[in-house]
Design a protein around this ligand. Sequence first.
Ligand SMILES: *[C@@H]1O[C@H](CO)[C@@H](O)[C@H](O)[C@H]1NC(C)=O
Ligand SMILES: *[C@@H]1O[C@H](CO)[C@@H](O)[C@H](O)[C@H]1NC(C)=O
Length: 204
Amino acid sequence: LCHHWSLLLMTQCAFLIPSGSEAGEAAEYDPNLLDDPQWPCGKHKRVLIFASYMTTVIEYVKPSDLKKDMNETFREKFPHIKLTLSKIRSLKREMRNLSEECSLEPVTVSMAYVYFEKLVLQGKLNKQNRKLCAGACVLLAAKISSDLRKHEVKHLIDKLEERFRFNRRDLIGFEFTVLVALELALYLPENQVLPHYRRLTQQS
Ligand SMILES: *[C@@H]1O[C@H](CO)[C@@H](O)[C@H](O)[C@H]1NC(C)=O
Ligand SMILES: *[C@@H]1O[C@H](CO)[C@@H](O)[C@H](O)[C@H]1NC(C)=O
């Protein structure tokens, strides 16, 4: 148990120490950055000079090349982010899936996405904390945006625990860590939430 707690403590401390590149300046959060549909084709697009050829050429790019390119382009642009773009997107899909299964509203998912992406862009996430982080963002968004009853919160925590395979004590501890990393700014301006909300409600 001791070992377990000290590990958690280490994870939390690392989380709160500014990671070089973002120390000092808090860049303006861009809600379209990580969901930009142009991303996967970034490199190929630059090669294409004639717009009319674009569709044809993109069809010839193998999906595996597209994925590789996407991860690479992403890594080049954001060297301080330790996860690949595919991984980030798959975590977001899980956050959404789980939220929908717990009947949370799209606006709650949108807020969870904003918290999550801010932490991603700050370079806070790594292999060890990524699921705790995704879970804590959903939990915080649910608490702040929905009028959850006690048993509903419990149900959500059960689901998060089951899906992301952490235990609830870690989640509760990490929730506070995330709150601090977000500088307690859980109420978000509309322009940060709305783009996510639109994408979520248009996709389905
Ligand atoms: C991109 O990264 C993901 C892991 O997040 C990996 O599953 C995928 O294979 C990578 N794509 C390529 C082609 O390297
Ligand atoms: C969540 O994912 C599971 C397995 O991939 C799927 O069966 C289920 O329908 C999804 N639920 C929602 C609400 O998307």
